[in-house]
Ligand binder design. Structure first.
Ligand code: ADP
Ligand code: MG
Ligand code: ZN
Length: 651
């Protein structure tokens, strides 16, 4: 049900309630000693009622005692307007009923317009109330609309003289080049118009959250020195009926008066999703808004000085109509930054921060594969806060390293009370992860193992990829599943019981295995078919709308394959940990004692070093490593650089 019908139903209900109440009220008041008209007439014939006061609605008959006092009064609904006009007809009727003898009766007609009787007013009052309610409702509705529209006007905020420049957006050189054209057009639209060049009406920025799409749009406006009208798709969603569309109209209207300029629609997927998707109904508002955007974009000539930019995380769910020529016909993919990009982003955000001279952003960039620009900015901010809290003048490696961990896993919870047995359990769990990460050759190297709680995790094993490999192989996935199950397996082997601590591990494992089967065609049984479109549910709009395109049998075959992958990995993990039980025991003992170990200790333990040897090494080791937690980051043999979306931190 959409908002329009809801409002209408609301009004109808209100009117009905008011009407019913008014009628009940009239009835109660007049029903006091109301008679049927025939009963009333009988009382006249009986001689009981000797006087009648009549108005258009009610007749009141009075009975008198011998002294001439009113002893009783009766009412009845006025029989018919006819008697008004022709009192004689009623007299004749009475005479006929009385066997030809005239009946003595005095009758007084009230002026039909005077309405002296109170009941006279009730119908009028109820009509008035209904009308009033209606009027108020209408006023409130239009009033609401008016307010929303004014919100619309202010919410699409305009920024002129934006200070953001391309130099503030680090990395992403190709994207900048593509956008440079847009900047030049905005700077001098005439030049392009004279040559008849068709400039894209719309530019769609597509990329994961935090990759700088909004920043890019602003930078284009800043570089071109034009006003920047921005509005977010999600603003339209919580709108009153019909306001989304009118807001779009307003936005374009204002923009047209400020050419050249940029209109930026952030999160366009909130309104721009494929029409007719979902459960039907309830989409009217969104569709009207979307239609209005399309209409407006068609409405201006390509050589008008307006460029519409929009940002989304996913272009695949957008309505195809949006992507047609003349609309968002240019797509720019903004990806997660590669090693070089990360280094540049770190440098951009370090511009106004005092950084210790021994900090090497190359190294920081290397172990932050998969971080978005926003996460890198956040990392530096966390580091700055830590340095300030520690009373330092410069941000050092220590703070940066802690910043990375904080962005990855949430803040350390050193003060959380942990019992000895919990500690032991966590130590075994993490040692299980770490050992399997070392034993499975496709896993990323282990940088740190800790049982200090952080975020929701009781401890964690930090592995970071050495390169930015984007494509993940079957073997790497299988090894990752095995490693992720390591924590649970260690608990099974040692504690002979399992804890709830592995729940996020299990979630990760299940989703990896399921995607291997349904998306990446990595199961022979199901073949090279993509079964799931992996569409997340947006804003609760598509509940119950599953995109399943396969049969029940296929569904259960998928389940079986997922289970097979996981149970094979579980067997392998169990076997590996059983074979290396002494390493598992040693590592967890060291962890219980020291809480955090780094790659060197892990390597020693894997080579068979005993508990005492490792503790002795840790006591003897010079502390430079702890001064610079990045010391372990080695230069990878091959520097091939692509974006990476694997996140290899395991609880
Ligand atoms: P998106 O719109 O893609 O979700 P934003 O543009 O809002 O991302 O980026 C959020 C913040 O992250 C920016 O304000 C900026 O501080 C930082 N950031 C993201 N990408 C970059 C980049 N390439 N260079 C510099 N800073 C960036
Ligand atoms: Mg954004
Ligand atoms: Zn775990």
């Amino acid at each position: 049900m959409n908002k329009k019908t809801k409002t209408i139903i609301w009004i109808v209900v209100a009117v009905l309630i008011v009407g019913v109440v008014a009628f009940l009220l009239t009835d109660i008041l007049t029903a006091a000693n109301a008679l049927d008209f025939s009963e009333f007439r009988q009382k006249i014939l009986d001689g009981e009622i000797v006087k009648v006061y009549a108005n258009a609605f009610v007749w009141t008959g009075e009975a008198y005692d011998s002294a001439g006092n009113v002893i009783k009064s009766y009412t009845t609904n006025a029989p018919s307007i006819h008697y008004y006009a022709d009192w004689a007809a009623f007299e004749a009727e009475l005479t006929a009923l009385n066997g030809g003898n005239p009946v003595p009766l005095a009758i007084e007609f009230a002026d039909p317009n005077a309405g002296s009787a109170l009941s006279n007013l009730f119908p009028l009052i109820s009509i008035a109330i209904v009308a009033l309610v209606f009027f108020l409702l209408m006023r409130q509705m239009t009033g609401g609309n008016a307010k929303a529209m004014s919100i619309g006007k202010t919410k699409a905020h305009v920024q002129s003289n934006l200070k953001v420049r391309f130099s503030d957006v680090a990395g992403a050189e190709e994207e900048k080049e593509e956008l440079q054209e847009v900047v030049e057009f905005l700077k001098s639209p005439k030049k392009f118009a004279e040559l008849g060049a068709r400039i894209p009406a719309g530019v769609l920025l597509v990329g994961p959250p935090g990759t700088g799409k909004t920043l890019f749009a602003k930078a284009v406006a800043g570089e071109a020195g034009v006003p920047f009208f921005s509005v977010s798709g999600s603003d339209f969603v919580e709108m009153y009926v019909g306001v989304g569309a009118s807001r779009v109209r307003d936005l374009f209207e204002v923009a047209k008066k400020n050419q050249p300029c940029i209109i930026f629609i952030d999160e366009i997927d909130a309104v721009g999703r494929r029409r007719g998707a979902g459960l039907g109904g309830g989409h009217d508002e969104r569709e009207q808004t979307l239609n209005q955007i399309l209409v407006q974009m068609d409405g201006f000539e390509s050589n008008d000085g307006i460029i519409v930019m929009a940002a989304t995380n996913r272009a695949d769910i957008l309505d195809p109509a949006l992507l047609r020529p003349g609309r968002f016909d240019r797509q720019i993919n903004v990806n997660l930054p590669d090693v070089k990009g990360r280094e540049q982003i770190l440098k951009v955000h370090a511009r106004n921060k005092p950084i210790a001279p021994d900090v090497n952003f190359k190294t920081v960039a290397r172990i932050t594969a998969g971080f978005s620009g926003a996460e890198l900015a956040n990392l530096l901010n966390e580091a700055a806060i830590l340095a300030a809290r520690a009373g330092k003048k410069l941000i050092g490696n220590h703070e940066l390293y802690e910043g990375i961990n904080k962005v990855l896993m949430g803040p350390q919870k050193k003060s959380r009370v942990v019992t000895e047995s919990d500690k032991r359990c966590t130590a075994y769990h993490e040692a299980g992860h770490a050992i399997l990460a070392c034993l499975c050759k496709h896993c990323d190297p282990v940088h740190e193992v800790t049982i200090i709680p952080r975020g929701n995790a009781a401890g964690y094993t930090m592995t970071r990829p050495e390169t930015d490999d984007m494509d993940v192989s079957y073997n790497k996935l299988i090894d990752n599943i095995c490693m992720t199950l390591g924590g649970r397996v260690a608990e099974e082997l040692v504690i002979h019981d399992v804890t709830t601590g592995a729940s996020s591990d299990l979630q990760k494992v299940s989703s990896l295995a399921r995607r291997m089967v349904t998306q990446w065609g990595m199961s022979d049984k199901l073949g090279l078919v993509a079964y799931d479109s992996d569409q997340p549910v947006f804003m609760g709009m598509e509940y119950g709308h599953s995109e399943r395109t396969y049969s029940q049998e296929t569904a259960s075959a998928i389940d079986n394959e997922v289970r097979r992958l996981i149970s094979e990995a579980h067997e392998r993990a169990t076997k590996l940990l059983q074979e290396n039980r002494s390493i598992l025991d040693n590592m967890s003992r060291v962890l219980v004692e020291r809480e955090t170990i780094y790659n060197e200790e892990v390597a020693m333990l894997m080579k068979g070093a005993s508990y005492t040897e490792v503790i002795a090494y840790m006591d003897g080791a010079d502390d430079t490593r702890r001064e610079n937690p990045f010391a372990f980051v080695t230069t990878p043999s091959s520097e091939h650089i692509v974006a990476d979306d694997t996140e290899n931190t395991t609880k």
